[in-house]
Design a protein around this ligand. Structure first.
Ligand SMILES: [Zn+2]
Ligand SMILES: [Zn+2]
Length: 348
């Protein structure tokens, strides 16, 4: 009999999506996307959106509790506070703590094709290295702070982030047919293991979030339950396969009515390109419910809400459609994913 002391749960550190600070009514109510997966004393972070460090503290955790930081994809709304987490986090490490793993997509390997709406060929930034992966990104970030870090390491004898974080790129299995532009989500893709310790096994699949690739969804399995986190994706069969029978599915959601209002009447090619992107790359609440039903997820919680200021009532208006438990958590909510006993309600 396994003990039941792990209390597997997520804490929704930040529930807004999008590479911006949402303004207007409800501004600041939701921090950038970041989710703590808590299993016993261990905390695994999925994504590092704006405000993640503060939110981690408010939730009662610190970098001293972190075992890994998992990045679903390298859009800035998922990574923008990675440097602050790593550098400010040096002050709250625990003595003898194992290096914190940073695990995310590798180098894209090719630029995306230019939008057919472009009037002239857009020019890439940094053409010599235009698509760094997770390890490359972390290296660049630490180099950017070298003046500060060297002051502290040399004068104040502070620890080096290079000794306390280990960044690595997820290796996509060979022979799947994956290609960042031509086949970002191969059909029948088998979820594969990216991390394991004595408490969790983390598996990943490729999801549909063009033009970025690879984009991953992650599933954390423990002896007491599982949680699947969609990352950013349009409705995707690979996600359904990963989430099969999961206790909790955290799925992204976008308010397409807002997309229409925001971009539909502008009439410029840029606005049309933005609208195209949202339609190809994100999921409506109704679609998320359909996916959760297909996967047999017991609880569905919407997060990565775009826009981050949409009133709760808009998201909740879809609640009737799901046969399991449907949640739209606020920041800093705790949601159990323990399989037994059935704990279905979100609690503050
Ligand atoms: Zn996002
Ligand atoms: Zn994204």
């Amino acid at each position: 009999m396994q003990n039941t002391s792990l209390k597997p749960r997520v804490v929704t550190l930040g529930t807004a999506g999008g590479p911006r600070w949402w303004t207007g009514e409800n501004a600041g109510r939701r921090s950038g996307i970041a989710t703590a997966v808590v299993v016993g004393d261990a905390v695994y972070l999925v994504d590092a959106g704006t405000g993640v460090g503060n939110q981690l503290m408010k939730a009662g955790f610190s970098s001293g509790d972190l075992r890994g930081i998992f990045l679903t994809h390298l859009h800035s709304d998922h990574t923008i506070d990675l440097a602050s987490l790593a550098i400010f986090g040096l002050f709250t490490l625990k003595p003898g703590q194992a290096p914190i793993r940073i695990i995310g997509p590798g180098d894209r390997g090719a630029l995306p094709p230019a939008s057919p709406r472009a009037a002239a060929p857009p020019q890439p930034l940094y053409p010599e290295n235009p698509t760094p992966g997770t390890a490359g990104m972390f290296d660049h970030l630490m180099r950017a702070y070298a003046t500060d870090l060297n002051d502290r390491v040399i004068d104040a004898l502070r620890p080096s982030p290079l000794d306390h974080y280990v960044a690595s790129d997820i290796q996509i299995p060979e022979g799947t047919g994956y290609h960042p532009n031509e086949n970002p989500t191969p059909g029948g893709f088998a979820p594969f293991e990216i991390y394991r310790d004595e408490q969790v096994t983390v598996t990943a699949t490729l999801v549909e979030h063009p033009p970025i690739a690879p984009a991953f969804a992650f599933r954390f399995d423990t002896v007491e339950g599982s949680v699947t986190i969609s990352g950013d994706t349009a409705p995707c069969d690979n996600l359904v396969a990963l989430a099969r029978g999961t206790d909790l599915l955290l799925h992204e959601a976008i308010d397409f009515d807002w997309v229409e209002t925001m971009y539909g009447s502008v009439g410029t090619e840029e606005a049309q390109a933005s609208m195209d992107h949202h339609r190809r790359s994100h999921t409506s609440p109704a679609q998320a419910i359909e996916l959760a039903e297909r996967a047999g997820a017991r609880t569905l919680a919407l997060h990565h809400l775009v826009p981050g200021t949409t009133p709760l009532s808009v998201w909740l208006s879809h609640a009737d459609g799901f046969s399991g438990t449907f949640l739209v958590p606020e920041d800093l909510d705790t949601i159990s994913f323990a399989r037994l006993p059935l704990e279905m309600a979100a609690t503050r």
